[in-house]
Design a protein around this ligand. Structure first.
Ligand code: F3S
Length: 410
């Protein structure tokens, strides 16, 4: 890798130990991946901020970096933590655990990060533009900003993302290079399915895409439209069942206005036709129980937008959540604040729901709740919940999630 004089000086420790370590890590990453040089990034998003991911090793690393004077050089936001910072007791988080999460928050804030605590930073204080290079972790957000916005990031991981934030650069390889962003496989949505493609179909489409994509970049054709929230669900599911960091939808995402634009002179190496049968079979695979009593309903994965909060409140109007069922909405502080001003949070809470802020079911320790069966409208929750929450999971539409919460069964 060719380093500039300034980068060489950082590597020799002239800017302090924290920057020396960060530059050394990034240089090794670049060498391992055939990068030719470093490029500047306009922002970073960190995933190693939850105690669940960072653990005691993370606390040690962050403590050392703070002592060495580490500061982030670009706007840097944070993924969800492992607790709701205001209501952790209500959510039965052990106090020792909460204290460790508060310590991580304190250390990261000393390095200058923006405490967004969300997997949807692209709603708020970290909105990259088309073509901009960034250094992001959080698989769902990486897939979203690469695909829907056309920003450029590899799927970073905990600590690599922080090294990039401290230096303000990443090695140039992978999805930072336009030639590596071309489509490779094609998923053709059959016209009958495309005509009725709805909210409930986006997570299974993403789930299926992640399962079959391997290391290839998928292109979806045949869809007529997709909302911001639908694309968020699609991105999260695809990045959970597979390593999808970039996909294209012809006529919808910015690098895929036509098939020719996205494939160039190449032909897809493989084509799948997706009809209702494939979607229904995927929905079937997404659930690990077939119905019965429900302990918990989980929505807001990825973190809910204001329009989703409005929808939850609308569906719960004049309803009561069944005794013994926990209906939790995951979101971030800014969406919660605005939704409270709009009266949506009060609507959800009046029906018996809870708003979980700055974290989610998969990031908190929920052992004290002993959930056995959980219903969700999220492909990512459906994929991870059996492992992280330890409960059986049922994937369905939002309206059926709400109905399950009201009836206590599905
Ligand atoms: Fe976000 Fe948690 Fe889902 S981090 S994407 S709400 S699993």
């Amino acid at each position: 890798m060719q380093l500039t004089d300034e980068e060489q000086r950082i590597l020799q420790g002239e800017s302090g130990e924290a920057e020396r370590i960060a530059m050394r890590v990034l240089t090794k990453l670049g060498e391992a991946n055939g990068a030719d040089r470093m490029i500047p990034v306009v922002s970073a998003h960190l995933v190693g901020c939850s105690y669940q991911i960072a653990g005691e090793a993370g606390i040690q690393i962050y403590t050392q970096l703070v002592e060495q004077g580490a500061k982030v050089k670009v706007p840097t936001t944070l993924d969800p933590g492992s607790i709701d910072f205001r209501k952790w007791e209500e959510f039965r988080i052990p106090s020792d655990y909460a204290k460790r999460q508060f310590l991580i928050a304190n250390l990261l804030e000393k390095m200058g990060v923006i405490p967004t605590w969300t997997c949807t930073p692209y709603y708020l204080l970290n909105i990259p533009h088309f073509g901009e290079d960034v250094a992001w972790s959080e698989s769902s957000a990486v897939a979203f900003i690469n695909s829907v916005i056309g920003s450029r990031t590899n799927r970073m991981s905990a600590y690599l993302d922080l090294c990039a934030a401290i230096i303000g650069k990443v090695p140039r390889f992978g999805l930072h290079l336009p030639e590596n962003r071309r489509g490779e496989i094609l998923l053709e949505i059959e016209p009958d399915l495309a005509a009725k493609f709805d909210d409930v179909h986006f997570p299974p489409l993403g789930y299926f895409m992640g399962e079959i994509a391997e290391d290839k970049i998928p292109v979806i054709s045949g869809l007529r439209s997709a909302t911001f929230d639908q694309l968020k669900f699609l991105s999260a599911a695809a990045a959970s069942t597979g390593s999808v960091a970039l996909y294209h939808i012809v006529g919808i995402t910015p690098e895929a206005q036509t098939l020719k634009m996205v494939f160039g002179k190449r032909r897809p190496v493989r084509t799948w036709r997706i009809g209702l049968k494939e979607i229904e079979e995927t929905i079937d695979r997404m659930s690990t129980f077939r119905g019965g009593k429900v302990d918990a309903v989980a929505v807001g994965c990825p973190h809910a937008s204001v329009s989703q909060m409005q929808r939850y409140a609308h569906l719960l109007k004049d309803q009561n959540i069944s005794v013994g069922v926990e209906f939790w909405v995951c979101t971030n502080e800014i969406v919660e604040t605005i939704s409270r001003k709009m009266g949506y949070c009060q609507g959800i809470e009046k029906a018996g729901g809870k708003i979980l802020v700055g974290t989610c079911h998969n990031d908190c320790p929920l052992g004290a709740w002993k959930f056995n069966s959980l219903v969700t409208d999220s492909g990512k929750f459906a994929y991870y919940t059996p492992t992280t929450v330890g409960s059986k999971c049922f994937y369905t539409s939002l309206s059926r999630c709400v109905q399950a919460a009201i009836e206590g069964k599905i």
